[in-house]
Design a protein around this ligand. Structure first.
Ligand code: CA
Length: 256
């Protein structure tokens, strides 16, 4: 089934931070979407997330324009994340004061066959809302998530933990860090959300789901997510990309 979609993205500095270290990419025409959350002081985080966004965006764009499909796009995604990692490492070599900078990346590309391919590293997230139910489709690469997986911490405890921001994997941090890649099928009516932890740190999944269910314009749903994150403290930069899969186009019948 050939998919049609609409998409938009938004980012906000929040109410505490001075700079915005998040980056996003919305290439609705090609079906490429990404959020990245940089880290490292003195503007290094901004540079890291931007370098990754540029590298991944460029490679995926070329892939789509070359007509790559499905698993070839997944391979391209892996390549793109490696290139982004190398770009950050090169920047650090040339600018030793930026040592320690890195970024999360959660990127998705929609394929013509009605599936998506996703690459993910760090604690930004992808969620899928289908029939009003919200599911997190990425797994955080964080210390607290590992503790939850091994049964030493509850999900609730992880949210409030003082070490909840500690990442176990990121781009630029350690070249042996492997991203996760996954694929899935999309259906008309699905809503796909990519977001940084500035959103999920402020809003629970239940709060996010409530906003995604609203039958208002896509841009207004995004604005509402950011408004609520800021209302609840806005302690971090907030970034969200929302993609909505539309009903199939009715094929026009020719009567000649
Ligand atoms: Ca963040």
């Amino acid at each position: 089934m050939k998919l049609r979609w609409q998409a938009a993205g938004a980012t906000h500095v929040g109410r505490v931070r001075r700079g915005n270290e998040d980056s996003l990419l919305v290439d609705a025409e090609r079906g490429i979407f990404l959020v990245a959350d940089g880290m490292g002081g003195h503007a290094a985080g901004e540079i890291a997330s931007m370098l990754a966004t540029d590298a991944v965006g460029t490679l995926l764009r070329e892939g789509i324009d070359q007509g790559l499909q499905a698993d070839a796009l997944l391979e391209r995604m892996v390549e793109a994340l490696k290139l982004a990692d190398a770009a950050i490492e090169r920047h650090v070599l040339e600018n030793p004061s930026t040592r320690g900078m890195g970024t999360t990346v959660t990127a998705v590309v929609l394929c013509a066959d009605g599936t998506y391919r996703l690459g993910h590293i760090g604690d930004s997230r992808a969620y899928l809302m289908r029939n009003g139910e919200l599911t997190q489709i990425t797994r955080d690469h964080t210390w607290v998530q590992r503790e939850v997986d091994e049964g030493r911490l509850t999900a609730q405890g992880a949210r409030r933990h003082r070490l909840s921001h500690i990442l176990t994997r990121a781009l630029g941090a350690d070249s042996t860090d492997e991203p996760d890649v996954l694929s899935g099928t999309l259906l008309p009516g699905d809503r796909l959300l990519l977001c940084t932890d500035g959103l999920t740190g402020m809003l629970t999944d239940r709060m996010i789901a409530k906003v995604l269910r609203l039958e208002i314009r896509l841009e207004d749903r995004l604005a509402e997510l950011i408004r609520q994150a800021n209302e609840r403290g806005g302690r971090d930069n907030v970034t969200a990309v929302l993609v909505e899969i539309l009903e199939e186009a009715v094929e026009e019948r020719r009567l000649d």
